[in-house]
Design a protein around this ligand. Structure first.
Ligand code: BES
Ligand code: MN
Ligand code: ZN
Length: 502
């Protein structure tokens, strides 16, 4: 999907060269003030009359279209209701997503939106960023495989201009638009990669897409092929690839902005399709497993944004990619494999493959000297049992890192919840025949998976984001649209920005 063009502008909104002007109105506003009053004057009282007649109420989410009859350059004015209470940044972002889709339904074309109401009580930069993200994320759609135009959603919002009436706030609004655009584009890139069906997003294609991101953003990109992975001793990662005829690709991206400091390491699970392997999954709903490379897609998306925002920090992104397939050459339950740090693993269930690829991903990143490690993985179905699709289950061996992540998530409307790593849970993955086994019983499935990963980070500060619950959305709501959510790209980027400031 083409990213929507978002700009900031100062001055009055009435004369903006746009097809649609959007002004915001709170519920119970008895009369129009500020920009709404100016636009109303240009329309000779048309909005005030509708307000008086109860045709406009200002209820949260209300979208009322008022024809301008040629009194301003735009063909229509949309009055957007913001509700009774003052909005938080998160509510603003979500409302913007819903508004954007409503405007598309109206075929609004080029939209100019007054930021007066949004920047009135909220920080202008944060508000502009939230509005930009809301529009660009809310308008996302994955429709490239509909070959017939009538099967694609109709209507268009082709451009958005945020019009800030207060000159002293304009610079902040411009910054917010700039950063919001970068973050939304990165999130939508992740959505594109993860929504693509597995036959069209093989490990080879993920690697090509990572190389393209690197070339465009000035990142270093190395693809570790199977032979090199064998030399490095990545037996755990490679054991997952055994059943597939697609060559595995271990993707490494580097952003250098922090001189000689140790990098932040981002590690993303890149299973381009998870059949379960010999421990085959049931057929119903298996197509969802095309999204099992969302972690890899998220670290690639985050690196695109980090390259664009250029923080003073070094970041290393690692994405071990492979399919998990059953075949005559596939790994079998009971097989013992060796990770690159020498630890032996009894593979009791080939469907617990994410931790196997992450073991070598984390070990590799650690060997590269990362100061901190954050992995992102659609790791366990148990995670969505525990937290549903609202919060990202987050494990950390380091309080500082967890707090930094929580702050980063709060800055962008993503939500984390800390999960435990007590030593007792580690007892459950002890193996009779190897150092550890890749599955324990049904109890605490997300935690035993995290305990498995913990074995590969040593004493490096590390956090693990199990995004299995938040990977996809079943409806269009707020910044989310049906399909992959692109979480937690924005949290990862904010974390990198914060580390550059520290
Ligand atoms: N990719 C799945 C987890 C998953 C399930 C992600 C649903 C998103 C939605 C993972 O590889 C897996 O199969 N996990 C198993 C682990 C079990 C075998 C210990 C699971 O959750 O059932
Ligand atoms: Mn699996
Ligand atoms: Zn998986």
């Amino acid at each position: 999907m083409d990213p929507i063009d978002v700009q900031a502008a100062g001055g009055g909104i009435a004369q903006q060269p746009a097809d649609c002007l959007v002004v915001e109105l709170a519920e119970d506003a008895r009369r129009l003030t500020g920009v709404a009053a100016q636009v109303d004057t240009a329309l000779r009282g048309a909005i005030a009359a509708m307000l008086r007649d109860g045709l406009i109420t200002g209820r949260a989410g209300e979208v009322v279209s008022v024809p301008t009859g040629g009194r301003v350059p735009a063909k229509r004015v949309v009055v957007h209701g913001t509700g009774k209470d003052a909005r938080t940044i998160d509510q603003l972002r979500r409302q913007a997503g819903n508004l954007a889709r409503a405007l598309r339904g109206l075929n609004a074309g080029r939209v100019a939106l007054s930021t007066e109401a949004a920047t009135d009580r909220l920080d202008p930069e944060d508000a502009a960023r939230a509005l930009t993200e809301g529009f660009a994320l809310g308008l996302y759609r994955f429709d490239r495989h509909h070959t017939r135009a009538e099967d694609r959603p109709r209507g268009a919002v082709s451009a958005l201009t945020l019009v800030e009436p207060a000159p002293r706030k304009l610079a902040a609004v411009r910054r917010g638009v700039e950063v919001g655009r970068v973050l939304a584009d990165a999130t939508n890139l992740t959505r594109d990669l993860a929504n693509e069906p597995a036959n069209l997003m093989t490990p080879t294609i993920v690697a090509e897409r990572a190389q393209a991101v690197a070339a465009a953003g000035g990142l270093e990109c190395t693809i570790i092929e199977r032979a090199e992975a064998e030399r490095l001793g990545m037996g755990s990662y490679l054991s997952v690839a055994n059943g597939s005829s697609q060559p595995p690709k271990f993707i490494v991206l580097r952003y250098r902005g922090g001189g000689r400091t140790r990098p932040l390491g981002l590690v993303g699970k890149g299973i381009t399709f998870d059949t379960g392997g010999i421990s085959l999954k049931p057929g119903a709903g298996m197509e969802r497993m095309k999204g099992d490379m969302t972690g890899a897609a998220a670290v690639i998306g985050a690196m695109q944004a980090i390259a664009a925002l250029a923080p003073a920090v070094n970041v290393l992104a690692v994405a071990p990619c492979t399919e998990n397939m059953p075949s005559g050459s596939a790994t079998k339950p009971g097989d013992v494999v060796y990770a690159m740090d020498g630890q032996s693993i009894e593979v009791l269930n080939t469907d617990a493959e994410g931790r196997l690829v992450l073991a070598d991903g984390l070990a590799y990143a650690r060997r590269q000297g990362c100061a901190a490690l954050v992995d992102v993985a659609t790791l366990t179905g148990a995670m969505s049992i525990a937290l549903g699709n609202v919060r990202i289950g987050t494990f950390a061996n380091n309080d500082r890192l967890y707090q930094d992540l929580e702050r980063a998530a709060a800055a962008c409307g993503e939500r984390l919840w800390r999960m435990p790593l007590d030593a007792e849970y580690g007892e459950l993955i002890k193996s009779d025949v190897a150092d550890i086994k890749n599955t324990a019983g049904p109890a605490a499935g997300s935690i035993t998976a995290a305990k498995f990963l913990e074995r590969f980070v040593g004493d490096t500060p590390w956090a693990h984001l199990d995004i299995a619950g938040v990977m996809d959305s079943t409806s269009d709501t707020g910044v989310l649209v049906k399909g992959n959510t692109g979480a937690p790209v924005r949290t990862l980027v904010h974390l990198a920005l914060a580390r550059a400031r520290a």
